[in-house]
Design a protein around this ligand. Structure first.
Ligand SMILES: *Cc1c(COP(=O)(O)O)cnc(C)c1O
Length: 357
């Protein structure tokens, strides 16, 4: 049976990425060697690094004055690298989910942290509005897509202080106005590559302003000066990332990705709204994620949650169980997920309705 991969992360990748990476594991760039056994200082790997940086700049339309880095450590290491490098006295955090909360907690080790707003009390089921950023904050940190809870900030807003964004789970899902941000980071394993590589887009002139001593590996400048090769970068995930970047470019770029993502999300949200057995977890349409679509059993049908999980699994739906803190379901609809998979899930929901009504 065809499997439909709705995992939240690590998650579905383009078949092109998987096929090309498999080839490079056998024979990388005509070297007769596996990419897993080639020096990161070889001209072939340096070419991979350069092309990946250039495609990042091209696809996201990154202005001059920014550097693209590829590091290890995951987004979670960025939770501390950001304050290490940017927090002098005070930082502001918008707490919209579990990851945002973890980022905020790390920053507290480096100075004063102001939570400008939090939706924690209602299990992060909306994006707070109407908050203000202290003008003397060194930066404001946001999480653009809340992978666990299914909310998303899809607008690149103006901010009086440098804006830092965790875009782990929505990078490349839409065009972004990079000029509004001073730093963007993310783990690759949601929309780009297998786990192991972390991207950072940093505006060069925000660095060098903190008074503390920064350990070498934690200092963005180290990685800028060494072109992300101060230590051995995760070469295999980097290669896979490059394949996804080429796939993005050859499939219409980010304008086309966004169009497809909006189309897929609409198909699924419409069914969640229509089907009397289900209801959306996020009520406010503006706050709904295009990447992680969360839904619950409707009132009166709560007892069918496990049944639907089993029924969906039998129909080839993989990874739709919701996060343990919300229950219900979460279908992740990243770039590589085809519309056919969303339609298959919708059909499964309809069938389940006809059996249980
Ligand atoms: C998955 C995720 C993280 C954690 O990423 P790691 O690479 O596992 O550290 C952080 N932020 C967001 C928004 C995520 O989705």
């Amino acid at each position: 049976m065809k499997k439909h991969n709705f995992y939240a992360g690590p998650s579905i990748l383009p078949q092109f990425t998987i096929d090309e990476t498999a080839k490079a594991i056998k024979d990388f760039a005509g070297t007769g060697l596996s990419i897993m056994e080639v020096s990161h200082r070889s001209k072939e790997v340096i070419a991979v690094m350069e092309e990946a940086q250039n495609l990042f700049k091209e696809l996201l339309n990154i202005p001059d004055g920014y550097t693209v880095l590829f590091l290890g450590g995951g987004a979670s290491t960025q939770f501390l690298m950001v304050p290490y490098n940017l927090l002098n006295k005070k930082a502001a955090y918008l707490v919209t989910g579990g990851w945002a909360s973890k980022a905020c907690k790390e920053a507290k080790q480096f100075g004063e942290v102001v939570e400008v707003a939090s939706s924690k009390e209602t299990t992060y089921n909306y994006i707070p509005t109407g908050w203000a950023v202290p003008e003397d904050a060194d930066y404001l940190h946001i999480t653009t897509n809340n992978t666990l809870y299914g909310t998303q900030i899809r607008e690149d807003f103006d901010c009086k202080v440098p804006l830092v964004a965790d875009m782990s789970s929505d990078i490349f899902s839409r065009p972004v106005d990079i000029s509004k941000y001073s730093l963007i980071y993310g783990g690759a394993q949601k929309n780009l590559a297998p786990a192991g590589i972390t991207f950072v887009i940093v505006k060069n002139d925000i660095l060098g302003k903190v008074e503390r001593h920064i350990p070498t590996m934690m200092d963005y400048k180290t990685h800028i000066e060494n072109d992300s090769m101060f230590n051995t970068p995760p070469v295999l995930p980097l290669y896979a990332a490059l394949m996804t970047l080429r796939w993005l470019k050859n499939n219409g770029g980010l304008v086309e990705m966004e169009r497809k993502n909006i189309e897929k999300a609409k198909i699924l949200y419409d069914e969640i709204e229509r089907n009397p057995l289900f209801k959306p977890t996020i009520k406010n349409e503006k706050d709904r994620s295009l990447m992680n679509i969360c839904f619950l059993m409707n009132e009166g049908y709560e007892h069918l949650e496990k049944d639907f999980n089993d029924f969906a699994a039998k129909n080839g739906m993989i990874g739709i169980k919701g996060h343990r803190s919300t229950g219900g379901f979460r279908a992740s609809t990243y770039n590589a997920l085809p519309k056919e998979s969303v339609e298959a899930l919708v059909n499964t929901m309809k069938e389940f309705e006809s059996i249980n009504k």
